[in-house]
Design a protein around this ligand. Structure first.
Ligand code: PLP
Length: 410
């Protein structure tokens, strides 16, 4: 009998969102008159901007005629998009990235999940805690996580707690990890790291031969000056860091799918015999073998984001979510809750009051205010006692939900 990849069978079932759905369903069935407002969603709600939809329509027309039809494209993405990425996302910020260092894909989930393909199974991994679960689960699949312990941690992964005690700033690792995942602006806490903080991480990786996997999926939400938009704003990062970007939250591409990953040519790892190996070359090999490129249509849509019109429209949409976040932060503070995030991020991370567990607070918000969020414990052991709300709802629902809470002192 053939064998399965046992690593998959070791993953506990991911019950977070199904449990949320089950509880909401039970509540709405027993209270059909109540309007429940969902603020747990990690998906955007605003439609694609006109610059993108116009470009998509034109691209569909291209595909309808033999002389403009595009079949298989370059696996790493079309030059027309990559040149805009290099110019607008990097050169304008003073960062030199060359076109063959950019790999366009169907999103940051795939890339952050697949990057382990080019890394040894023997690498030791560190993650911040709470964390975007993809980093941990894909390392379990890749055989790097060890055993699941009773406290919900994996024995071979180093967890770097981010809690109110350390101001949500992770301490440098002590377990000598080879690979470190950082996500800033952070999902789920909505917090950021300053330039000075990021400099420490780059220095740590350079001094210790570690690889930094930097997930910048929420870069477009950054509004404060001291928050770097790219890890490559930090000197020396080109030798230690891979950066993941996504058009999902930037421009509402969660449904049509597009992202990209930057793998600098100056970034090398070590082979079994101690030789230096270019990660750019390995990732190119991985992508050209296992990925057939993102669709022509989507890449034309993304290209249009970099027009003046596109930039303005995207900014308007993100400002809309950030204004929602501002309303939420003010209302939560007024109601006496301690929370972070929502300034350079669509996520607000609330400390549950009165020592409630994350799930107790979920029930409390649902039953008392008819608001649905996400229990922080679903993002890792240090998420216990916290709760995530998102700013992706409509203005109307955001205001309605917050007015239910405001004025209710805790
Ligand atoms: N990285 C983080 C931190 C995320 O929160 C998400 C989506 O929620 C992703 C990556 C996935 O992005 P994409 O839609 O590009 O796959």
């Amino acid at each position: 009998m053939f064998k399965v990849n046992d690593n998959f069978t070791r993953l506990p079932s991911s019950y977070l969102f199904s449990e949320v759905a089950r509880k909401v369903k039970a509540f709405t069935e027993s209270h059909p008159e109540v309007e429940v407002i969902r603020m747990g969603i990690g998906d955007v709600t605003r439609p694609l901007c006109p610059a993108v939809t116009d470009a998509l329509h034109r691209a569909v027309e291209d595909e309808a005629h033999a002389d403009t039809f595009h079949g298989y494209g370059p696996e790493q993405g079309y030059g027309f998009l990559i040149s805009r990425i290099v110019e607008c996302d990097y050169r304008r910020r003073g960062i030199e990235i060359s076109e063959d260092e950019v790999f366009v894909s169907d999103g940051a989930k795939s890339d952050t999940g697949n990057i382990g393909d080019i890394l040894s199974m023997t690498n030791r991994v560190a993650v911040t805690d709470p964390v975007y679960p993809v980093y941990v689960d894909t390392n379990v699949m890749g055989g790097r996580a060890g055993r699941l312990m009773p406290d919900g941690r994996w024995s071979e992964i180093e967890y770097l707690p981010c809690t109110s005690e350390n101001g949500f700033v992770p301490a440098l690792p002590t377990g000598n990890p080879d690979v470190i995942y950082l996500c800033y602006p952070n999902n789920p806490t909505g917090t950021t790291l300053t330039r000075q903080e990021l400099e420490k991480w780059v220095k740590y990786c350079r001094d210790n031969g570690a690889l930094l996997l930097f997930d910048a999926a929420y870069e477009a939400f950054i509004r404060e000056d001291d928050v770097p938009h790219s890890i490559y704003e930090i000197e020396g990062a080109r030798e230690v860091a891979i950066e993941f970007r996504s058009f999902s939250k930037t421009a509402g591409f969660t449904g049509i799918r597009l992202g990209y990953t930057v793998v600098p040519k100056s970034l090398t790892g070590c082979s079994r015999d101690g030789g230096k190996v270019s990660l750019n070359g390995l990732w190119r090999r991985r992508q050209t073998t296992k990925f057939n490129g993102a669709s022509y249509l989507t890449q034309r849509g993304a290209e249009a984001l970099y027009s003046e019109e596109g930039q303005r429209q995207v900014r308007e949409t993100i400002d809309y979510y950030l204004e929602n976040a501002g309303i939420m932060r003010r209302s939560l503070a007024e109601a006496g809750y301690e929370c972070v995030g929502g300034v350079n991020s669509p996520y607000i991370w609330i400390k549950t009051p009165d020592g409630m567990s994350s799930w107790e607070f979920f029930d409390y918000l649902l039953e008392r205010y008819h608001i649905v969020g996400t229990p922080g414990s679903g993002f890792g052991p240090s998420g216990e006692g916290y709760f995530r709300l998102t700013a992706f709802n409509t203005r109307e629902n955001t205001v309605k939900a917050m007015s239910r809470l405001a004025g209710v002192k805790h």
